[in-house]
Design a protein around this ligand. Structure first.
Ligand SMILES: *[C@@H]1O[C@H](CO)[C@@H](O)[C@H](O)[C@H]1NC(C)=O
Ligand SMILES: *[C@@H]1O[C@H](CO)[C@@H](O)[C@H](O)[C@H]1NC(C)=O
Ligand SMILES: *[C@@H]1O[C@H](CO)[C@@H](O)[C@H](O)[C@H]1NC(C)=O
Ligand SMILES: *[C@@H]1O[C@H](CO)[C@@H](O)[C@H](O)[C@H]1NC(C)=O
Ligand SMILES: *[C@@H]1O[C@H](CO)[C@@H](O)[C@H](O)[C@H]1NC(C)=O
Length: 483
């Protein structure tokens, strides 16, 4: 039995030896692993001296699907750069297909960005960029988009607009880039002699055989909702620069629109059948209305706009060819106008149907504006239009704090004989003749009912409006049901 005891003790000792050796090996290995794990810090610091390295906070990069797409983070991986889709960006090659391809790829990804990179110019033929897309698509314009400069190279079937955005929800255009409509030929001149033509207005407006009647708008939105356009520049459109048609939830901020003073019919921003709009902090200089509000618009807020040269801020012309026009709930405030044809105005054609109501123009600074305040219910773009009975009714219009200088007439309210303007308020109007001009016309108020409140300069404004009466208000109200 003792022998057996000895041998079993030996066995236990050998067993313990094996266990302890195994354990110590394991712990050395463990320590090795530990040192490895804590190594990256000094390693990273060392590498930083040699240049940027992939951020170690993120897992090691997965293979990128395309060279331009980053891969650490969804924000980066959803950038669709037109250069990655074959665009040349030299301003001469046709990059239309590349833009469409980038758009189609981005459209399928939530929160994607189509990138127009800076320092490149992309010649783009007339196109439609349409949805529906995944939400929160962004068109980031940092470079330049150029329209075809030759009228002859525009397809006859695409004269309505250059870039058409259609059926988009929650879409943003932003960036410091330029959208250039290169409209010189459309205006009837050419770029080379455009400086001379700036002076000779009639030359530009002369009809040319080669220029179609219909001219393209630069950027047009159709049936789109929750759209933001900010920061970009839009220049030299053949016609209107930025148009929203049958859309809603529109925000425009900090954009710059520019085309020469004598470029015909080049509106800045044009709204039609569009609701819930805010346009703010932008500079607009063009050949026609800085902002034009057409039928079907309501709840529009325009503020902090510099306008001029141009035709000012306009509602209308409404009711052309006896059509129904409905515009309501418009606020235009904190606007500065220089050298414009009109300041703030409402213009309707004779014979129209419907109504304009609840409109407020306030804190409007005018400088050398021909006629700062206009309501014209005899609007006519020819020399003479036939007199018609009936008009788009105008009621509830406030002009408050319209201050500065005019060069032709301070105020021109020409309302319809059959449907007078009612509830028109003139409050704190201070308009002095501009030093630049010599001949002036008296303030005019025709069939305009409402009230005025001092200060009023010139004082003739005080006697301009007629006191509102129940019958006049009833006529206006009877037109509202048509809207
Ligand atoms: C993606 O990157 C952006 C900018 O670098 C950063 O602000 C954002 O938090 C990142 N998102 C994720 C999910 O890591
Ligand atoms: C647009 O965005 C808003 C707010 O983020 C969201 O409530 C809405 O569902 C989005 N609409 C669409 C069509 O994606
Ligand atoms: C627009 O955005 C608002 C809130 O941001 C959201 O409630 C609404 O659903 C959006 N409309 C569309 C058509 O996406
Ligand atoms: C007039 O329009 C403003 C701005 O859209 C709105 O807040 C207000 O409720 C409207 N007033 C009436 C009487 O409809
Ligand atoms: C329209 O009516 C005005 C004022 O009654 C008149 O002076 C003008 O000649 C008329 N115009 C036409 C085309 O009949």
């Amino acid at each position: 039995m003792r022998r057996n005891d000895k041998s079993s003790l030996l066995f236990v000792l050998i067993f313990l030896l094996i266990v302890s050796v195994t354990f110590s090996i394991m712990s050395v290995e463990a320590r090795k692993h530990h040192t490895k794990k804590s190594k990256p810090r000094p390693h990273k610091h060392q590498k930083d001296k040699h240049g940027p390295e992939p951020d170690s906070r993120f897992p090691s990069p997965a293979p990128a699907p395309l060279p331009h797409y980053g891969s650490y983070n969804r924000t980066k991986s959803s950038i669709f750069d037109v250069l990655s889709f074959g665009a040349k960006g030299d301003g001469v090659s046709d990059d239309t297909k590349a833009l469409i391809a980038a758009w189609k790829a981005a459209c399928r990804v939530a929160g994607a960005t189509v990138e127009i990179p800076s320092e490149f110019k992309f010649l783009i033929k007339p196109i439609t960029l349409q949805g529906p897309c995944m939400p929160n698509l962004v068109l980031q314009i940092d470079g330049t988009l150029l329209a075809p400069p030759k009228v002859g190279s525009w397809p006859k079937s695409s004269l309505f607009q250059w870039i058409n955005f259609k059926w988009l929800h929650n879409f943003t255009i932003q960036g410091n880039g330029i959208v250039d409509g290169q409209g010189f030929e459309w205006w009837g001149g050419s770029e080379s002699n455009s400086i001379q033509l700036y002076v000779v207005t009639s030359h530009w407006q002369k009809k040319s055989k080669h220029i179609p009647e219909m001219k393209p708008t630069a950027l047009r939105f159709y049936a789109s909702y929750n759209v933001t356009v900010r920061d970009i520049k839009i220049n030299n459109s053949p016609l209107c620069h930025l148009k929203f048609d049958s859309s809603g939830g529109i925000k425009v901020k900090n954009i710059h629109i520019s085309s020469p003073e004598n470029s015909p019919n080049t509106d800045g921003i044009h709204l039609q059948n569009t609701k819930d709009v805010e346009i703010q902090h932008s500079d607009i200089a063009c050949g026609d209305d800085c902002v034009s509000i057409q039928t079907g618009c309501s709840n529009v807020h325009i503020h902090h706009i510099n306008c001029g040269p141009g035709h000012g801020i306009s509602l209308g012309g409404l009711g052309k060819d006896k059509s129904v026009a409905c515009v309501s709930d418009i606020v235009v405030e904190k606007i500065s106008l220089q050298n414009t044809l009109a300041g703030v105005r409402i213009k309707t054609w004779q014979g129209g149907i419907g109504s304009v109501k609840n409109v407020s123009f306030s804190s409007i600074q005018v400088s050398d504006v021909k006629v700062p305040i206009i309501i014209d219910q005899y609007y006519c773009d020819k020399h003479l239009c036939n007199n018609q009975t009936g008009a788009v009714a105008i009621s509830g219009v406030e002009f408050n704090q319209i201050i500065g200088t005019y060069s032709v007439q301070p105020i021109h309210l020409a309302c319809s004989n059959s449907v007078p303007c009612s509830d028109v308020d003139l409050i704190d109007i201070q308009l002095k003749p501009s030093s630049k001009y010599q001949s002036f016309q008296q303030a005019l108020c025709w069939n305009s009912y409402g009230k005025s409140q001092a200060p009023l300069v010139p004082s003739s404004i005080d006697y301009c409006l007629r006191r509102d009466s129940g019958s006049v208000k009833r006529i206006a109200r009877s037109r509202e049901h048509m809207c």
